[in-house]
Design a protein around this ligand. Structure first.
Ligand code: NAP
Length: 253
């Protein structure tokens, strides 16, 4: 049955940035589909744990600051200790720092790149090594952005890092397809989370953005669930290196 292909029973998923926003929504979606979820965050994941408990799902939190690659070995070993294997990685954690390009500092640039790029690559590499060792393939899902396609305003490091996610997704998909590892990405549109709080609080920008979204509303963490489950499941086994927009039609405009 085709719907059985979407089931994640027995699978183990690592999701970064699991305490809030899109990461929290994807943790719940993956758990609802049957996966055991390891949520990585620098703060408490109690809220996410409670949401997953409500649906009788399984969740383990790993507290780690993803601005350093030194935490990677611990994320892998805590996941293996909790559930014995890894099948899915969702590279969701990301930061945005807004400033005019002319005044943008190296410190802000490095901070954005550390989380949005360096960590994504090296955590993916560590997970891929484990997937190859297990010999049963797996799924890596990156989180891109509308700014993987467009320039944006006052967010040069974010735009550069998210544009690079598109290329990195393709590059890793090419090299790891032979291990039955599919690497894909989701490009969320304008979603109501902490990431867009400043934009939503600015009445002019908020109206401009809403006017341009064909769906006529901001996205929500729940809007990510169908796509992340699809990309984490057998239903996407012949989808490699692609970035799917979940954007209420923003890019179609
Ligand atoms: P968010 O609420 O700001 O979530 C970002 C997540 O990343 C949070 O869990 C955050 O933890 C975590 N994170 C950031 N730096 C970290 C670090 N050094 N160590 C550990 N965790 C860290 O915003 P969101 O919208 O859900 O963002 C999720 C992803 O979607 C990001 O990659 C973002 O760029 C992307 N995205 C969002 C939108 C949108 O419109 N919202 C659009 C396109 C793409 P804290 O809570 O501790 O900060």
């Amino acid at each position: 049955m085709v719907l059985d292909m979407f089931k994640l029973d027995g699978k183990v998923a690592i999701v970064t940035g699991a305490n809030t926003g899109l990461g929290q929504g994807m943790c719940v979606g993956l758990a609802e589909a049957g996966a055991k979820v390891v949520g990585v965050a620098r703060r408490s994941c109690d809220e996410t744990a409670a949401l997953i408990k409500e649906i009788n799902g399984e969740f383990t939190a790993v507290i780690a600051d993803l601005s350093s690659t030194e935490v990677i070995d611990d994320i892998i070993s805590q996941t293996l200790k909790a559930y014995g294997r890894i099948d899915i990685l969702v590279n969701n954690a990301g930061i945005i720092k807004r400033e005019d390009a002319i005044n943008y500092t190296m410190a802000d640039w490095d901070a954005v790149y550390a989380v949005n790029q360096k960590e994504v690559f090296f955590l993916s590499q560590a997970v891929a090594k484990q997937l190859i060792k297990q010999g049963e393939g797996g799924k890596i899902i990156n989180v891109a952005s509308m700014l993987s396609y467009q320039g944006g305003i006052r967010v040069p490091a974010y735009t550069a890092s998210k544009s690079a996610i598109l290329g990195l997704t393709r590059a890793l998909a090419n090299e790891w397809a032979k291990y039955n590892i599919q690497v894909n990405a989701i490009a969320p549109g304008y979603m109501a989370t902490n990431n867009t709080e400043q934009l939503r609080n600015d009445e002019n920008r908020s109206t401009e953005i809403l006017d341009r979204i064909p769906a006529g509303r901001w996205g929500t963490p729940a809007d990510m669930q169908g796509t992340v489950v699809w990309l984490a499941s057998k239903a996407s086994d012949y989808v490699n290196g692609f970035t799917v927009a979940v954007d209420g039609g923003w890019l179609a405009r």
